[in-house]
Design a protein around this ligand. Structure first.
Ligand SMILES: NC(=O)c1ccc[n+]([C@@H]2O[C@H](COP(=O)([O-])OP(=O)(O)OC[C@H]3O[C@@H](n4cnc5c(N)ncnc54)[C@H](OP(=O)(O)O)[C@@H]3O)[C@@H](O)[C@H]2O)c1
Length: 385
């Protein structure tokens, strides 16, 4: 069964005060300012204007709307081998917070003034590349902009008849694969074991819990708020769901795991990890997928008591496996995943929920909300109708 929250968060036309609706609260807009074009081509009359959101400044701690800037630019003409892509959907993901900093990481930061990075589903609007024709739908990484030009590298054609195209950004895309890869290679849940996952109603966590159920584990999901917890139990079949905002959250978690925790799929860190840590069983496996509770921290050393000695003691004493991973290191398993996940979805064993926000100009606000748990399901921006 498909669970899609396609309800626009913003009524069409609401909060739009420019003639093109391209304005948003707190976003500085630069009106149509055609830039100097590359030598090989010149902007032509009738060329589309791209709206794009660039990184205006690096955040210090929690990002704010002023860290983004909305710009508009006339798209240049295509060179041979290039395609013009019209963005239909933009994926918003927690990793984008890391790209806003210039700290050393596994991926390069977005430069100040550059378009924010992001996965997209786009339609080929024009093609000077024999591999693509106008109308093709592709998975791209063209970022927070309404039009982009590509030489075709890395574009993946999508068949809208096979699956809704938004699923390429969620359950059948990078987040779904992250869940699969982390479980298959690190978590390895067995029948009867207890698996705990945090950010459990999100794109990764919801897939983790459901796949672990398919593997026969008992699944405890942790999420923010009763609506998300009800969804985990009632729609996704989790055995238990706990609200991490509850004042007695650690006690509730302990009560929900009477036999301890065998697999903890770490998406969050922070107070959730603190509650999980004492409950870990001998030989527990912990795929460290994300630490969203720490993404806005400005210091590399967390405040409070140094937990490292206790963690190291537990790793030794309980023979824990704690393994960080980035999904792309398991890229060779992607075909297996696509095949398997497609089958699970059609059998009704793997469900998904999408949280779709209308309008590129609303991407910054939606992204800031993601970092505070305001999204409910895979967060996607509908850029073009
Ligand atoms: N390693 C990889 O290759 C890889 C790939 C994709 C994603 N990830 C990571 O996986 C995690 C989940 O990503 P996603 O795309 O599925 O996002 P998501 O769950 O759809 O959205 C993020 C969720 O995190 C929770 N959250 C935010 N701030 C929090 C805080 N301070 N404390 C506790 N919970 C907080 C919120 O859920 P609640 O309201 O339920 O708290 C929020 O809805 C992220 O850490 C992300 O970086 C890693």
């Amino acid at each position: 069964m498909l669970v899609v929250n396609g309800r626009p968060r913003h009524e069409p036309g609401a909060r739009r005060d420019g003639p093109d609706g391209e304005r948003s609260v707190g976003l500085k807009q630069i009106p149509d300012t055609p830039r100097k074009s590359p030598k090989r081509s010149t902007p032509m009359a009738g060329q589309p204007v791209t709206t794009r959101i660039v990184l205006a400044s690096r955040p210090s701690g929690k990002p704010v709307a002023a860290n983004f800037r909305l710009e508009r630019e006339t798209v240049r003409d295509l060179a041979e081998g290039e395609v013009l892509l019209k963005t239909l959907y933009l994926s918003l993901d927690p990793y984008m917070r890391g790209r806003m900093d210039d700290a050393k990481s596994y991926a390069k930061p977005v430069e100040i003034g550059s378009v924010m990075e992001g996965g997209t589903v786009a339609q080929v609007a024009r093609s000077h590349n024999t591999a693509f024709k106008a109308g093709d739908i592709v998975l791209s990484h063209s970022g927070w902009q309404s039009y982009s030009i590509s030489d075709g590298t890395g574009l993946q054609k999508l068949d809208p008849e096979t699956a809704p195209i938004t699923t390429a950004l969620g359950i059948l895309g990078m987040p779904g694969f992250t869940a699969y890869a982390g479980l298959r290679n690190i978590g390895k849940p067995k029948a009867g074991e207890t698996l705990v996952v945090a950010a459990a109603s999100g794109a990764v966590g919801s897939a983790v819990g459901q796949i672990a159920k398919i593997y026969g584990a008992r699944v405890v999901g942790i999420a923010g708020g009763s609506k998300k917890c009800d969804h985990l139990r009632q729609e996704l079949g989790f055995d238990v769901a706990i609200d991490h905002h509850s004042s007695d959250f650690p006690a509730q978690l302990a009560a929900a795991c009477p036999n301890g925790i065998d697999v903890y799929f770490e998406n969050v860190g922070g107070h959730v990890w603190s509650a999980v840590f004492p409950l870990l069983n001998d030989f527990a496996r912990i795929p460290v997928c994300g630490l969203i509770a720490h993404y806005n921290e400005t210091s590399s050393v967390s405040s409070g008591r140094d937990q490292l000695p206790a963690v190291m003691r537990a790793i030794l004493r309980k023979s824990l496996t704690i393994r960080g991973f980035i999904q792309r290191e398991f890229a060779d398993q992607r075909p297996d995943f696509s095949h398997q996940a497609g089958a699970w979805i059609s059998e009704g064993r793997l469900k998904y929920k999408e949280d779709i926000v209308d309008g590129l100009e609303n991407a910054p606000e939606a992204f800031l909300g993601l970092l505070e748990g305001k999204n409910f399901g895979k967060l996607i921006v509908r850029v073009a109708p």
